[in-house]
Ligand binder design. Structure first.
Ligand code: NG6
Ligand code: CA
Length: 489
């Protein structure tokens, strides 16, 4: 089971040093397994990060893997071999629950949301799915269950567009008075459709009873996953549980309100922790704890303001979402893609261990395939390497290096000692995320993490040899994706 949080920062959990928010379930999990301190998502934003995790391929090898709109077509193509295929072909029941954000249907912008989608998760290995098409802040604001809208309401046909508004549908930018649940930050986005008193990205009409209520999203996702586990308790299963927490719009259920002392963002962390606890309890109840590998991690680093007025920054009270690291979601620095990662496997992993091994989510594919003894078709998971021992806390070293991708596709490479960020053009910050640092610079950046773990001193000029070496390493990785490569695998 993989529980993938959304935008949960390196410092956002109790066991990673969080302040002002308690995460007792995740903390208990870490006491029963291994807590990895140098684990990476491949990207500092969602779509490419998830793409790599599920396909074992760096997202930057393809042009169409950047943050997806809600009506994107399938980004992972039905012919691609996914992590879910690995499990399905070994006889596992496979299920995906929660945030998807990798496109649905044959072609972007042309889906008919009132009929079964012609292609979906069933074509890439997930026998069951209950998902949000994209993100909480993007239309369509409905769950999709096994390729069709869940709780479909025939009296309210659904239309979605990322191009033009629908006649007669009020827009968030013109009607702030209708944003009764959570106001958008004026002028920077989330100003199109209004659903459940919250402005969204994209235009939408209809939905009726199928429209989600943000305060119930965590419950809906979690109960579907728990139900899947129960129904499949007698066979092997693979669950990909991708929470909506703690992405914007942060709007946790009432029972979590005020539980963190940090407002909505902190309360969403408490809600995330609840989901993890519910899964752990279900495993216990079904007698499956001993024999289940449970991985808890995040798709990218944290962000405070992200387009809604939820006071995430004002209410921090000394909490640091990125922990001791520099940076955030979207950007090039460590906190953009270094994420919490906890793995529990009683019997195989010594309880309460910690590991500094360098690991990347792109390797989960080859690692889990090795564990299953699964043969992979030629060309599958081209960038995934077997790092099983490191993921299980039994190899203290892990990868020789990790490649990280920022939102504008700038690549960085992290070795045990160095962090090299290639030069690139880009803004200092995004208007909708003020105070977040992107780190795009027209010159190379090199940090010696052994003495400067917070990436404060750029030593590129004094270390031309190291810069050349790491540049060459990135060039070689890029070249590895050149046409014809698959022939050699
Ligand atoms: C940005 C959104 C942001 C978030 C992000 C994707 C605006 C102003 N901002 O474009 O709110 O949705 O995309 O986040 O639209 S991610 O975690 O799914 O990558
Ligand atoms: Ca994310």
């Amino acid at each position: 089971m993989i529980i993938l949080a959304d935008d949960l920062g390196y410092g956002d959990l109790g066991c990673y040093g969080a302040r002002n928010v308690e995460t007792p379930h995740v903390d208990r999990l870490s006491m029963q397994g291994v807590r990895l301190t140098q684990a990476y998502a491949t990207s500092s934003v969602s779509t490419p990060s998830r793409y790599s995790l599920l396909t074992g391929e760096y997202a930057w090898r393809r042009k169409d893997t950047d943050i997806a709109v809600g009506d994107a077509g399938m980004i992972i193509r039905p012919g691609q071999y996914t992590l879910a295929d690995v499990f399905a072909n070994e006889g596992y029941a496979t299920g995906a629950f929660g945030k998807w954000h990798l496109g649905l249907g044959e072609k972007g912008g042309e889906q008919d949301w009132n009929a079964p989608l012609p292609t979906g998760l069933a074509d890439i290995g997930f026998r069951e799915s209950y998902i949000m098409a994209a993100t909480g802040d993007r239309v369509p604001c409905v769950f999709i269950e096994n390729g069709r809208v869940a709780q479909y309401d025939p009296s309210a046909p659904i239309e979605v567009s990322y191009r033009q508004p629908f006649e007669g549908e009020p827009l968030a930018k013109d009607h702030p008075e209708l944003l009764f649940n959570l106001p958008s930050t004026p002028g920077v986005g989330h100003n199109q459709a209004i659903v459940n008193g919250i402005g969204r990205i994209g235009y939408m009409k209809g939905g009726g009873k199928a429209l989600w209520k943000d305060e119930n999203i965590a419950d809906s996702i979690t109960v579907h996953a728990l139900d899947f586990m129960e129904r499949n308790k007698d066979k092997p299963f693979f669950v990909y549980l991708a929470t909506n927490d703690i992405h914007v719009p942060r709007f946790p259920h009432e029972r979590f309100r005020g539980r963190s002392g940090m407002g909505l963002r902190g309360d969403a962390i408490v809600e995330f922790d609840w989901t993890v606890g519910a899964v752990m309890e279900q495993l216990d109840r079904l007698g499956l704890t001993e024999n289940t590998i449970l991985i808890v991690t995040s798709d990218n680093g944290p962000v405070l303001e992200d387009g809604y007025q939820d006071q995430a920054r004002e209410l921090l009270n000394g909490h640091s979402p990125s922990g001791t690291l520099r940076g955030n979601k979207y950007g090039v620095y460590e906190a953009g893609s270094r994420v919490p990662a906890i793995v529990r496997w009683p019997g195989r992993i010594a309880a309460g261990t910690q590991s500094e091994a360098l690991v990347s989510q792109v390797d989960l594919f080859a690692s889990l395939a090795r564990l299953l003894g699964a043969a992979l078709p030629r060309g599958a998971a081209p960038d995934s390497r077997d790092g099983l021992d490191a993921w299980l806390g039994q190899d203290p070293v892990g990868r020789p290096y990790v490649v990280e991708q920022a939102n504008n596709r700038t690549l960085s490479v992290r070795t045990p000692r160095w962090k090299y960020v290639e030069p690139s053009d880009g803004p200092e910050e995004y208007r909708w995320a003020p105070g977040s640092e992107l780190g795009y610079k027209p010159f190379p950046q090199l940090f010696d993490l052994s003495t400067d773990p917070r990436e404060q001193r750029n030593v590129a000029e004094g270390q031309p040899g190291t810069v050349r070496e790491l540049e060459a390493l990135l060039a070689a990785e890029r070249a590895a994706g050149a046409p014809g490569r698959d022939e050699t695998r």
